[in-house]
Design a protein around this ligand. Structure first.
Ligand SMILES: C[S@@+](CC[C@H](N)C(=O)[O-])C[C@H]1O[C@@H](n2cnc3c(N)ncnc32)[C@H](O)[C@@H]1O
Length: 213
């Protein structure tokens, strides 16, 4: 059901969430993740975001997962990469150089398929998940990444003014989802632009989550 919703959006090219350039909050706050060359970052629900290319260019190993296989193929094509393709645990794995993308369901991704994860970059992923599935999303993300640190970019707005996705994920919800596993800091909030900014006074928020050890 959920998968069909997203596949239809891709088929009909209703992908207003796709940005024409790497996300500016990612570029601004990437350093806060304290990553070094060769470390790995996981990008859940990655779409075909140019953020993937930008993260690869920082010398990181980048892994993502996305329902839509065409989106995955587009990322490799625009980088001029011919990926090795294999089937793994119900997902299709595309791998070339430092980039590995799985076409399939995030919830089917197992820790063994991901390997070591040093950080998570969640942009428009948590906010894309239906509210009733958020808890499961956060728990699964923590499970498969070993509760990695995280740069999380989402929205806070009056949900009665607009239907999601993207859904509003206000601060108390971020806290409820991750306070058991992470120390949580709001590092920036700004007026959201695009469709969501036109509908309501939405805030785009960047959160830094550091695991409690
Ligand atoms: C709002 S978009 C964000 C994409 C990307 N993070 C970006 O910034 O452009 C959410 C994406 O998640 C994908 N998606 C939603 N649920 C998923 C799931 N359970 N497993 C894999 N991909 C999923 C959708 O196909 C869609 O491309």
């Amino acid at each position: 059901m959920e998968q069909e919703f997203w596949q239809t959006r891709w088929r009909e090219n209703r992908i207003g969430f796709h940005e024409p350039a790497p996300n500016s909050l990612l570029k601004k706050y990437f350093d806060r993740l304290d990553l070094i060359t060769g470390q790995s970052v996981f990008v859940p629900l990655c779409g075909k975001a140019l953020d993937l290319d930008w993260l690869c260019a920082q010398g990181l190993r980048v892994t993502g997962v996305e329902f839509n296989q065409g989106a995955v193929e587009d990322v490799f094509a625009r980088q001029g990469l011919a990926p090795e393709i294999s089937r793994q645990e119900g997902l299709i794995r595309f791998q070339a150089g430092n980039l590995t993308l799985y076409a399939g369901d995030f919830f089917a991704l197992l820790p063994a398929l991901l390997g070591q994860v040093d950080a998570v970059y969640d942009r428009a992923a948590l906010v894309a998940v239906k509210p009733e599935d958020r808890q499961a999303y956060a728990a699964h993300l923590n499970r498969i990444t070993g509760t990695a640190k995280q740069l999380l970019i989402g929205f806070d707005y009056d949900q009665s003014l607009m239907e999601g996705p993207p859904f509003s994920v206000p601060g108390p919800t971020v806290q409820a989802l991750y306070q058991g596993s992470h120390d949580i800091n709001l590092i920036e909030e700004r007026a959201a632009d695009g469709r969501i900014g036109e509908h309501c006074n939405a805030l785009e928020q960047a959160w830094l989550l550091k695991p409690r050890r």
